[in-house]
Ligand binder design. Structure first.
Ligand SMILES: [Zn+2]
Length: 129
């Protein structure tokens, strides 16, 4: 899978978010703050609103992709590269492959490596392994 194929499969940010939603909340969206299922979609913002505690959130909350400025497609590809390559990947190669600067690549790698230890199954589902 390369960046083009990934953008073909997930053309928009919202396609990535929908994919994350399916993985995280297969039985319907649950509020991460209060576990309520009384949640309404805010489709224009690709977010959800909890009718009980009044918070709003997106499918990235609590994932390594939360609060980042990079496209989710790039995150997904970074996960794919780090999870599937046999040899370890350098920051330089990650930044080149995903077309991000080295500083961003370094941060991505740090977050993904941590997630590989803590929630590998989730990452595998993200890249549909
Ligand atoms: Zn809530």
């Amino acid at each position: 899978m390369n960046l083009d194929e990934l953008y073909e499969r997930f053309p928009e940010q919202q396609d990535c978010l929908r994919h994350l939603e399916k993985i995280r909340w297969p039985d319907g969206v649950i509020c991460p703050a209060c576990d309520s299922q009384g949640v309404s979609a805010l489709p224009s913002e690709h977010r959800h609103h909890c009718n009980k505690c009044n918070c709003s959130f997106s499918a990235t909350v609590g994932t390594p992709f939360h609060h980042t400025h990079s496209d989710l497609q790039k995150w997904f590809l970074a996960v794919h590269l780090l999870l599937t390559s046999r040899r370890s990947i350098s920051v330089r190669r990650l930044s080149r492959n995903i077309q991000i600067n080295k500083n961003t690549a370094w941060h991505m790698m740090k977050r993904i490596r941590l997630a590989m230890q803590q929630e590998r199954k989730f990452l595998e589902e993200v890249i549909c392994e």
